[in-house]
Design a protein. Structure first.
Length: 209
């Protein structure tokens, strides 16, 4: 009798966690697809935590970001050091004021298999395999695994609070984890095109890759 009660309780706990509800799991995947399909632009504050593969060393930074499909985004890091990362749809620019240096590279087709695809690219599939994960932290989670096995990261997890993008987690090919938490996310915001243009500051060194 005790064994039966234990099994029944375990089943109820699993069901309550959403693990035995395929329809709910499918809803989480559809939410990510809808986000990529319907959210044409957005802006938010963010906090980024990068954890080394050993799990001991952490780096925390914060700032603001904006994006507009297709292929345009802007990350402005305010703390602890200022940096700006901009994609104008043709090139990606990284400005480091402390070094007085700007690096650039062609956007190409690489965006489709990177985490930036979620924020600025087109359809996630077939570049990613999508799978729902158990709800946690009050969020619904979807895991996106690149179909290409030789990319810069192993997987990306996306957490939604309702229909709002809340968290992106990435595990790179070296075992390093990056977690981006978004605050005051504004979907389909009217963002001036000038925010995605980059002009090399006078006197800065330019490194083109």
């Amino acid at each position: 009798m005790n064994t039966h009660r234990t099994i029944r309780r375990a089943i109820l706990l699993l069901a309550g966690a959403g693990l035995l509800t395929p329809a709910r799991a499918q809803d989480a995947v559809e939410r990510l697809r809808a986000f990529v399909r319907d959210t044409k632009s957005g802006q938010s504050a963010f906090t980024q935590v990068v954890t080394a593969a050993d799990g001991k060393r952490r780096r925390t930074s914060s700032g603001e970001f904006a994006f507009a499909r297709p292929d345009r985004f802007r990350f402005v890091y305010r703390k602890p050091f200022e940096q700006t990362l901009v994609s104008d749809g043709q090139k990606v620019w990284l400005h480091d004021p402390d070094l007085n240096q700007v690096s650039s590279r062609k956007l190409g087709q690489a965006l489709a298999s990177t985490p930036a695809a979620l924020l600025a690219g087109g359809a996630l599939e077939p570049a990613f395999a999508l799978a729902a994960e158990p709800s946690a932290e009050g969020l619904e989670w979807v895991k996106a695994t690149p179909q290409a096995r030789d990319g810069a990261f192993q997987w990306m997890r996306v957490g939604f609070r309702g229909a709002e993008l809340a968290v992106i987690e990435v595990l790179d090919s070296f075992g390093q984890r990056t977690r981006l938490e978004f605050a005051r996310f504004e979907a389909n915001a009217a963002i001036p095109a000038e925010r995605f243009r980059f002009v090399v500051p006078p006197g800065a060194d330019l490194v083109e890759q």
